[in-house]
Design a protein around this ligand. Structure first.
Ligand code: R2B
Ligand code: URA
Length: 294
């Protein structure tokens, strides 16, 4: 239920047309008429790379036979809208994704006129790559809970105070995604996800320019998170869960394909063709679910 923690002090002034909201990083404002085309948004799909976002939007446009609206600013994030789905890139890591998700939450609140019921119908999904933990490359993992590398939820510092946000993902949505992909031809499994603040140090790689651990320490950590139900590691889902839960959204997910099995190594050794196929799998898993709700 969305009812708490919305910054209505600011956002309701926008709804009442007292002032515009400028989504600086997305490169659009509530004064721009292009947003009239976005009003029927039912799903927000975010992914790290702008190129992937464009591919997703093109695939969706082809399936639905509808046109794509692209926002002109692509310097920070690429934003496309097509037939009920807003596709946006979030860059790499939680600082970048937090800017993207905050501007999108403001935007969707505006598009839904501050109507909490309509807002709660919107489905949010991050689709991306990850390091598998005991999962072979190509496995698609649907996140059930996302935690930071110490297995605690996403947290922000308010001055000296730490604020923890809930890392749970709605189980009914995760189960529905898995069900929609029962016959897809590749593995789609549930699992907890760990979000690191970087690719090397926090993900306990021993192939970074800076390496602060040895091989046994790495394996100990990987085994520890595996035993606690973690099946993949990436860099954004703990933030997504935290922000979605903070407002009280009930429909959101993270679908990530493993591109390496971290229990076997750190380097991404898959070929360009294999990586392309892995990315396609996570896209297929998303579209198979999207088609059940749109
Ligand atoms: C997955 O892949 C990226 C790092 O290569 C990062 O954005 C993530 O979460
Ligand atoms: N993305 C990550 O963040 N980690 C990996 O190991 C692979 C992709």
């Amino acid at each position: 239920m969305i009812e708490e923690n919305i910054n209505v002090a600011f956002l309701d002034g926008v709804i009442k047309n007292e002032y515009p909201d400028i989504y600086y990083h997305l490169g659009v404002s509530t004064n721009d008429s292009v947003l009239d085309h976005f009003r029927e948004v039912k799903a927000v799909v975010i992914a790290g790379s702008g190129d992937r976002i464009k591919i997703f939007a093109e695939e969706w446009a082809a399936k639905r036979n509808k046109r794509i609206f692209v926002l002109p600013k692509e310097e920070r994030f690429v934003t496309c809208y097509c037939d009920g789905v807003l596709f946006v890139s979030h860059g790499m890591g939680m600082p970048s994704a937090s800017i993207c998700v905050q501007e999108l939450m403001r935007l969707v609140y505006f598009l839904k006129d501050g109507d909490l019921e309509k807002l709660d119908e919107v489905f949010w999904c991050r689709v991306g790559t990850s390091g598998g933990v005991g999962c072979e490359p190509g496995t698609v993992i649907v996140t059930t809970e996302s935690l930071m590398v110490d297995m605690k939820p996403y947290r922000v510092l308010i001055g000296k105070k730490e604020l923890f946000m809930n890392g749970n993902f709605p189980m009914d949505i995760a189960e529905a995604i898995i069900k929609a992909n029962q016959h897809c031809g590749f593995g789609v499994k549930p699992g907890k996800t760990v979000s690191g603040n970087d690719f090397f140090i926090e993900q306990m790689r021993t192939d970074g320019a800076i390496c602060l651990i040895d091989e046994p320490r790495k394996i100990k950590w990987l085994n520890w998170i595996y035993e606690n139900g973690v099946r993949n590691i990436e860099m954004e889902s703990a933030l997504l869960a935290g922000f979605m839960n903070h407002w009280g959204f009930s429909r959101f997910a993270t679908i990530c394909v493993a591109i390496v099995n971290r229990l076997k190594g750190d380097q991404i050794e898959s070929t360009k063709e294999q990586l392309l196929a892995f990315n396609e799998s996570s896209g297929i898993a998303l579209f198979n679910y999207l088609e059940t709700i749109m």
